[in-house]
Ligand binder design. Structure first.
Ligand SMILES: [Zn+2]
Length: 178
């Protein structure tokens, strides 16, 4: 790895947008469980092109697949319970955030998480890990966000995101409105 290479962590939903991640400047990482989700036999036919891209990127070392160390997974379990996202996150989600945290701690370079999952976003925000969503064109505008207090449950105005709850003082979060 060259000294200045940025690191990108890619969630399954990012691969599935069909983006050409080989054009990213830097090194992409993901976990074995994310690759397994994409390889799932139910979608294998549909995801064939995406899997081809992934295999090519692994062969050229542009994409690295790494399982996070356990201590980082344990940290994510603690933090996601604190933010109220524990139940919303799959095992694969938690491993992906754990890998992000591990690489942030181990390498002195910029590590950015790419995902469209709002619970992952919440936990990354709690850990101060840079996070970028990469929505399929048009999808973002279809989501209506609801801003709420994870502590007392009060629903707030959307403009209040990241402010503090006036009732209990917790930092407000957002979730898609059902
Ligand atoms: Zn509150």
């Amino acid at each position: 790895m060259k000294k200045k290479d940025d690191i990108y962590i890619l969630d399954a939903n990012i691969f599935l947008t069909g983006i050409d991640f080989s054009l990213f400047k830097g090194i992409a990482y993901t976990t074995p469980s994310i690759i397994d989700e994409i390889r799932d036999h139910r979608y294998r036919e549909k995801n064939r092109n995406i899997l081809n891209k992934i295999n090519a990127a692994i062969e050229t070392n542009k994409l690295r697949v790494k399982h996070p160390e356990n201590k980082y997974i344990e940290k994510i379990i603690i933090v996601s319970k604190k933010t109220g996202d524990f139940k919303a996150l799959s095992k694969a989600d938690k491993e992906l955030i754990a890998l992000t945290l591990e690489l942030t701690r181990k390498f002195n370079r910029k590590v950015t998480m790419f995902s469209n999952d709002y619970s992952i976003e919440n936990v990354c925000s709690e850990l101060s890990v840079p996070f970028l969503p990469l929505y399929k064109e048009g999808i973002e505008s279809k989501i209506t966000w609801q801003v709420y207090c994870p502590q007392c449950g009060k629903i707030h105005n959307v403009e209040d995101l990241n402010r503090l709850c006036e009732i209990c003082g917790s930092k407000l979060k957002r979730r898609p409105k059902k």
